[in-house]
Design a protein around this ligand. Structure first.
Ligand SMILES: Cc1cc2nc3c(=O)[nH]c(=O)nc-3n(C[C@H](O)[C@H](O)[C@H](O)COP(=O)(O)OP(=O)(O)OC[C@H]3O[C@@H](n4cnc5c(N)ncnc54)[C@H](O)[C@@H]3O)c2cc1C
Length: 402
């Protein structure tokens, strides 16, 4: 049995791992010259098993006029037919009921991911700066505190052990935050959330899979088209070749729709651009992962470096404003946490990536209407967090149909 996995990001590579464990011969195809070249490259690294709150929620509706008028420095929106079609579906998810269902569904997937990540990292020996850092989501207003309290109660009912801490409790749990500007009144604390470098993970897993001859990686190879006959997908056109397979799993993140539309499937995945800046730690760098909700910004401590990530730009696949957006993120970070990083260091790395967003925030995992064709895509803001469980599920879905 030969399975083609399209996309060698954290999702495709982890899917290849679980398929190989089921005994399949696997070929992973990516147009980039190395693995992890898309959104998996320099994301914030947070394994946010407890912070699964859906972006689509009733409170979001109030922020729409400000977003459209460009008044939110953390977001940019360019209205196009593609965004409007996705946006209508997103608005359909902005009800109390759907927000709760989506948050809980992703929480359950994330909690399974935590267990699978522990098993995988014990079984496959490689280093990816993985540690149980704990996570704080800073709440800047009474409204944020109220919403977080309601959401936390719901998540506690479904297995999360996150709790709300007062500002004084936060300062004693994470002393570095005493030196943060006066940004928050309370925080959600999840002690079991982790941090790790998703690029190192993807590269390390690839190396292990190749060394043991379990998976073939065919890089610098662009998938052009999926070939199907009588409602069954059986090959992929890759550059000038046609590669046959018994099953095909699409793990192409934000680009999944490009290929799927060639076979009549629209997965409704929209690219939401975000940015990251990696700097040496400062005098007061938090050891825990920290999210500043108000600014759509996170700080992670990965191997002694501080990675600052954030912003949510709905501008299609346009990356022309990256320099300006990264400058804004840097300035904001400096204001919020002036001692967290050495902001003037020349040892700075900046990056932008496209989060593959579904309207509900739930990834698309499993069989499609076309036999032999499977999806593992649309992980949005949580692809690193959800990688193990969704890859496991995608592999199981392939196995069920054989
Ligand atoms: C700024 C930022 C911060 C983030 N922080 C976090 C975080 O802290 N925690 C978390 O859980 N998640 C985070 N995320 C989200 C996470 O990074 C993504 O959800 C995840 O990386 C998606 O992985 P993927 O493998 O599906 O997609 P990608 O990593 O984008 O991989 C898709 C692959 O498909 C390949 N491809 C595309 N088209 C073709 C083609 N035609 N032929 C062949 N190959 C093709 C690309 O080259 C790419 O390698 C963040 C994202 C961003 C942008």
């Amino acid at each position: 049995m030969h399975v083609i996995v399209l996309g060698a990001g954290v999702i495709g590579t982890t899917t290849a791992y679980y398929l190989s464990q089921l005994g399949y011969r696997v070929t992973v195809i990516d147009r980039a010259s190395d693995v992890g070249d898309g959104a998996s490259f320099a994301n914030a690294g947070q394994l946010s098993y407890s912070f699964t709150d859906a972006l689509a929620k009733p409170e979001f509706l109030a922020s729409i006029p400000g977003l459209l008028l460009g008044r939110d420095p953390g977001a940019r929106v360019r209205l196009t037919p593609g965004l409007m079609s996705w946006g209508l579906r997103f608005l359909g998810q902005c009800t109390t009921k759907r927000a709760a269902e989506n948050t809980v569904a992703v929480l359950k997937t994330a909690m399974r991911s935590a267990k699978l990540m522990t098993e995988l990292s014990q079984r496959v020996p490689f280093e990816f700066s993985h540690r149980r850092a704990g996570k704080l989501v800073l709440l800047g207003s009474e409204a944020e505190l109220k919403a977080a309290t309601i959401s936390n109660r719901l998540k506690n009912l479904h297995g999360s052990d996150a709790k709300i801490l007062s500002r004084a409790e936060v300062n004693s749990a994470e002393p570095a935050l005493e030196r943060i500007s006066n940004e928050f009144i309370a925080a959600v604390y999840s002690q079991n959330d982790e941090v790790g470098d998703s690029l190192k993970f993807t590269a390390g897993l690839r190396k292990w899979l190749e060394e043991d001859d379990l998976v073939t990686f065919r890089l610098s190879s662009t998938a052009r088209r999926i070939v199907a006959n009588d409602g069954r997908a059986h090959a992929v056109v890759v550059d000038d070749d046609t590669i046959e397979a018994d099953a095909i799993v699409v793990c192409m993140g934000a680009w999944s729709g490009h290929l799927l539309r060639t076979i009549g499937i629209n997965p409704h995945i929209y690219p939401m651009r975000g940015y990251s800046i990696t700097l040496p730690s400062g005098e007061a760098s938090p050891s825990m992962s920290v999210t500043v909700l108000k600014h759509r910004m996170v700080f992670s401590n990965i191997d002694g470096f501080i990675r600052i990530a954030g912003f949510a730009d709905f501008v299609g696949f346009d990356s022309s404003a990256d320099t300006e957006r990264i400058r804004s993120l840097l300035e904001l970070a400096r204001q919020v946490a002036p001692d967290a990083a050495r902001y003037d260091s020349r040892d700075i790395f900046t990056w932008g990536g496209f989060r593959p967003m579904t309207p509900s925030g739930q990834p698309l995992v499993g069989a499609t209407a076309v036999r032999g064709l499977f999806l593992n895509a649309g992980h949005g803001m949580l692809g690193w967090t959800l990688a193990c469980s969704t890859a496991y599920d995608a592999a199981q879905a392939v196995a069920r149909t054989q």
